[in-house]
Design a protein around this ligand. Structure first.
Ligand code: CA
Length: 232
């Protein structure tokens, strides 16, 4: 999960960055509005944006409007940081389009809770069901369980996250680095070889369904787009 922080108070931004990283988020910092807008459209797109209302060049409300105006960034949830007494109603209402707000000074713990709540809400709105089926494979996202041909397979928490990361991006190339940051978290002290080891183990546990995970030599992996391809 990538969090973009648009905040001109460098000390505050750095503190928030440090804490979010230790919670497993990837963090991108921008210290001005224009930098922030550029960072909002940079791949990989942020999953959530923490946006300061008072910035030196562009106001947070203007940035939020532009984020909502652009097709690519329209759906990214925004948490607005406001100082006490600023116009919270206007910020959070549809006029500007922020999804939530937090009043300064805030505890980083509270910010993390709000980010997680927002991400949960957004994903629920997107309507991804808890049970996901793909050919012979079935997983329950909430219960962290997986089945092949209705026989449950015992996965570790990490293997489950890995499988879920694959299944949520079917047909798309997944580099080892991307998997490292998504599944292990950016701070994890593991190498890309660890990714290979775990993918190998996951494949073995999946048996025939392990063929859904393709190796792209020198690049990474790809989960098949259609299950039928696996039986060939
Ligand atoms: Ca500010």
């Amino acid at each position: 999960m990538v969090v973009l922080i648009i905040e001109d108070e460098v000390d505050l931004a750095t503190t928030v960055e440090y804490n979010l990283k230790s919670e497993g988020f990837q963090v991108r910092l921008a210290h001005s509005g224009r930098q922030g807008l550029a960072a909002a459209t940079t791949d990989p797109l942020p999953d959530v944006i923490v946006l300061d209302l008072m910035l030196p060049d562009l106001s947070g409300t203007e940035i939020c409007r532009r984020i909502r105006d652009q097709e690519r960034t329209r759906e990214i949830p925004v948490i607005m940081c406001t100082a006490k007494g600023e116009e919270i109603d206007r910020v959070v209402g549809f006029e500007v389009g922020a999804d939530d707000y937090i009043v300064k000074p805030f505890s980083v713990r509270e910010l993390v809770l709000r980010i997680r709540a927002l991400l949960r809400r957004v994903h629920r709105v997107e309507g991804e069901p808890s049970l996901i089926r793909f050919g012979r494979l079935k997983i329950d996202r909430d219960a962290h369980r997986a089945w092949v041909d209705d026989a449950e397979i015992g996965l570790t928490a990490l293997e489950f996250r890995l499988l879920h990361a694959f299944m949520s991006r079917k047909g798309r190339v997944q580099t080892r680095d991307a998997l490292l940051s998504d599944v292990w978290g950016i701070e994890a002290e593991v190498t890309t070889r660890t990714v290979d080891t775990h993918v190998k183990r996951l494949r073995e546990k999946l048996g025939d369904a392990g063929a859904y995970i393709e190796t792209l030599r020198g690049v990474g992996y790809r989960f098949k787009d259609q299950p039928e391809e696996a039986s060939a």
